[in-house]
Design a binder for this molecule. Sequence first.
Ligand code: SAM
Length: 322
Amino acid sequence: MKPILEDTFGRKHNYLRISLTDACNLRCLYCIPEEKMQVTPSHKMMSAREIFEISKIFVDKGVTKIRLTGGEPLVRSDAAEIIMALSTLPVELTISTNAVLADTFIDTFKKAGIQSVNVSLDTLDADEFYAITRRGDFHKIMDNIYLLLQEGFDVKVNMVVMKGVNADKINDFVEWTRLYPLHVRFIEFMPFAGNKWLWEKVFSLKEMLEKISTAFEIEKIDDKAHDTTKNYSVRGFKGKFGIISTMTAPFCGDCNRMRLTADGKMKNCLFSKEETDLLSAFRKQENILPLIEQCLQAKKAERGGQFDFEHIENRSMIRIGG
Ligand code: SAM
């Protein structure tokens, strides 16, 4: 039995989310600060080899699942090399992507044994997509979602739901699950540096369920262990939907996640103020395991110990890796 990274609340951490880059080919208004963002220079980012070696240390301590994220992980020029290297580790490897480039990675995903792909998509309307992402890739993404399904991947579609932006569209996504075996997940809008978050913009779990229930007869279905999603389905529909209620009904008690930013900083929570610089220590050939353990010991009970969300102290989401 492998050792497991445990925090002071007895939570066992076997899931590592790694950001490959803070660059992205979309400009989602809730993710990227409006002012011009400088992408981290490559010498400050983990190289492909460093990602592999650091991941191995986590895997030796019990990590069994790795998710690649970003920024947009697939814009990194050595993304395929990183995916293939990580696929040699005894982990479930998964990826979060906006799917703009997914068609060019189908073979790599298959070779790497990736079975499940999370795709972000916040509207089913091309004009609204442009307004949210400031890019015109809507049809490419839709094509790639259908391609991923056709190629046999489990596809989860993540929609960030914001009042006054796209909250009125959630039933379009539920309707989409009628004929397609998609797992749509509605995410409550979360606060990060520079994303103009306000409580008034959060469309809550309760409000989502009320809205969906006006149009569909829904039933609660089982959630998996450590699931961040409260899952539902509509009888007879091929897909299902879920709600990630980080803001109004957090699920921290069961958290098993750790994060590594593209510049090699470990975060014990999406909302943690503190970061632990693993990359600098790794480059000095120091043993980074004590740093990983200390970082985890400092993990707070809930949402990084931050409760004043309108004055959150954190990176922007694009620099954390969602
Ligand atoms: N580029 C990839 C993608 O599009 O999935 C990975 C990175 S993206 C930051 C990861 C996830 O974070 C996406 O599902 C995105 O919608 C979500 N996200 C970003 N900002 C958010 C916010 N303010 N509130 C809730 N979810 C957010």
